[in-house]
Write a protein that binds this ligand. Structure first.
Ligand code: GLN
Length: 245
């Protein structure tokens, strides 16, 4: 068993602590004795068929999204989509999530084509959605909720080809209208939740690790970990979100 993670554009798409997601995935593999390798995939870097078990892309502002969009369209977007269709896991946050959809239409400039992992599209909203978020998780898990922090102007609308990650009970979520937050398609998760997401939401981290291992044919259940610290952080974020709502 081993996991190879493709870390997409770490120098361009990484805000509000999104790198913490990679640290969490690496630690939760290491604590279980699962060898894990993280490879930075920058502009111009290709992806070979079957090379990666998981992809991660953090958030970024419109300017970085334009640069990344061009590389995805010219170099590796179709490959990422193919790998996910074939079972690879993925986590895309905010600006990265938007580019994993069909398109992102910012306020200024051209519409940015996405890589069609998620049957979803994004249009810039007039008001920024900023604050703590709590959502009832579609993945269930020990917590049953997903907590994090959002800061986006984009409003994302899901089609029938993907399901929401959760239903918002505090905060804005995908579009501040339909109470959905994020998207799930096979082993890929998109979400607006920074924070970073995974340290406080260990069941999502384990979902991704299980999907990545499944890519290599392993269906063994993950060894359980002492998540007391993670669950305490989750509870504190939940309490703070409700209090500041
Ligand atoms: N530029 C995008 C928006 O504002 C994404 C921002 C982000 O990644 N936090 O919606």
């Amino acid at each position: 068993m081993r996991i190879k993670i493709g870390y997409l554009y770490p120098d361009l798409m990484n805000i509000y602590g999104d790198h913490g997601n990679i640290l969490t995935l690496v630690r939760r593999c290491e604590w279980r004795g699962i060898p894990v390798e993280v490879v930075a995939l920058n502009i111009g870097d290709p992806i070979a068929h079957g090379e990666y078990d998981m992809f991660f892309m953090g958030g970024g502002q419109d300017r970085e999204q334009v640069m990344v969009c061009r590389d995805l369209q010219e170099t590796k977007g179709d490959d990422i989509k193919r790998e996910i269709d074939e079972g690879a896991a993925a986590l895309a946050i905010c600006g990265g999530y938007q580019l994993f959809g069909k398109f992102y239409r910012p306020f200024e400039g051209d519409e940015l084509p996405g890589i069609n992992v998620f049957d979803a599209h994004t249009v810039a909203g007039k008001k920024r959605c900023i604050g703590n978020v709590v959502a009832k998780s579609a993945l269930g898990g020990k917590q049953g909720t997903v907590v994090g922090f959002e800061n986006h102007s984009g409003k994302t609308y899901l089609g029938d080809g993907c399901a929401p990650l959760g239903t918002v009970t505090v905060g804005y979520g995908n579009n501040a209208e339909d109470k959905t937050e994020g998207a799930i398609y096979r082993g890929a998760i998109g979400t607006y939740l920074h924070g970073s997401l995974l340290p406080k939401n260990p069941s999502i981290a384990d979902f991704l690790i299980e999907k990545a291992l499944g890519r290599r044919g392993s269906d063994l259940p993950l060894a359980s970990l002492d998540d007391s610290l993670e669950l305490a952080a989750h509870a504190a974020a939940l309490k703070r979100a409700v209090r500041t709502h």
